[in-house]
Design a protein around this ligand. Structure first.
Ligand code: FAD
Length: 258
């Protein structure tokens, strides 16, 4: 059953701590669950780290250095174990302490119970942010390969995301919605928005849905009244404007940052 109740999104905000938590969990837990990282998996990890170095909105220069170092370590390898990777993550994190700007607490992605939201919410949030950062860069740097954020996300989800069903679905969408034909910039932002809304549509009313955070076709009219035409269809120019504002580095809320 489709939800008709719209949650109160009057604070549709982007939080530094949510972005950092998603990154932390991905680097410190999820990736290292792979016993062996080689071949396609290793390529996926290299691309992911490259994308993070280019576009993750870290708060301090040290944290950027941290990602840069991890990227260089992994680039120099032809295989590694998940445990190797985790050891590197921990050692470099200790060496540059503090890499993260606050405690491991979800803010925008906090669920109403222990088991809801959190990491998957953070991961979507992070990838939306990366597509917007890449598009901002695209406006000034036309030669850069902008498709890489979606390609990196696809490879990450396929090779590392802990929810196997989700990964399966996401690969199906990548195929049906021609992810690999996207040239980058604004098109990547809109591609991910559409894909995320398809997932929302499928999960609306599902038992995994947090009752306090209903799955909607995003963004809610209350947050972006101009995003839909009077016939109910999306005005993609306005949607793009909304997404570029919401997921822009300058819009990041620093609540909880030390
Ligand atoms: P989320 O859907 O996680 O969204 C996080 C935040 O992003 C929202 O609060 C909102 O601020 C913003 N947002 C919402 N929609 C959009 C949009 N269209 N564009 C831009 N921003 C938006 N779970 C399953 O049960 N089955 C699956 O097949 C599945 N596939 C997934 C695939 C991927 C790639 C990922 C990352 C997660 C997947 N999940 C799946 C998890 C699921 O999508 C949600 O992340 C989870 O249920 C938590 O939902 P949430 O309420 O926090 O909102």
């Amino acid at each position: 059953s489709k939800s008709t109740v719209e949650p109160n999104l009057s604070g549709d905000k982007l939080y530094q701590l949510d972005l950092e938590n998603a990154l932390y969990f991905s680097l410190n837990s999820e990736i290292s669950l792979s016993p062996i990282i080689t071949g396609e998996k290793l390529d996926a990890l290299k691309l992911y780290l490259k994308t993070l170095v280019n576009y993750f909105p870290f708060y301090t220069p040290k944290s950027h250095t941290y990602l840069q170092i991890l990227k260089e370590i992994v680039e120099g390898r032809s295989n590694m174990t998940g445990k190797n990777f985790k050891d590197q993550v921990k050692t470099k994190e200790r060496g540059l302490d503090p890499v993260y700007s606050g405690p491991r607490t979800w803010i925008g992605c906090q669920g109403s119970s222990e088991n809801s939201r959190g990491y998957p919410c953070g991961l979507w949030t992070m990838f939306h942010t990366l597509t917007v950062a890449a598009a901002e860069d695209f406006d000034s740097n036309v030669d850069e390969d902008q498709s890489s954020v979606l390609v990196a996300m696809h490879a990450y989800i396929k090779n590392f995301f802990g929810c196997a069903d989700c990964a399966e679905h996401f690969q199906g969408m990548a195929k049906n919605m021609s992810l690999f034909e996207i040239q980058g910039g604004d098109d990547s932002i809109l591609w991910l928005w559409k894909a995320h809304n398809k997932v929302n549509e499928r999960l609306a009313g599902d038992q995994t849905e947090d009752p306090k955070f209903k799955k909607i076709q995003y963004p809610a009219a209350s947050n972006c009244p101009k995003c839909k035409f009077s016939d109910g269809s999306w005005d993609e120019v306005e949607v793009l404007r909304y997404l570029k504002r919401k997921y822009s580095k300058v819009n990041i809320d620093l609540q909880g940052v030390d």
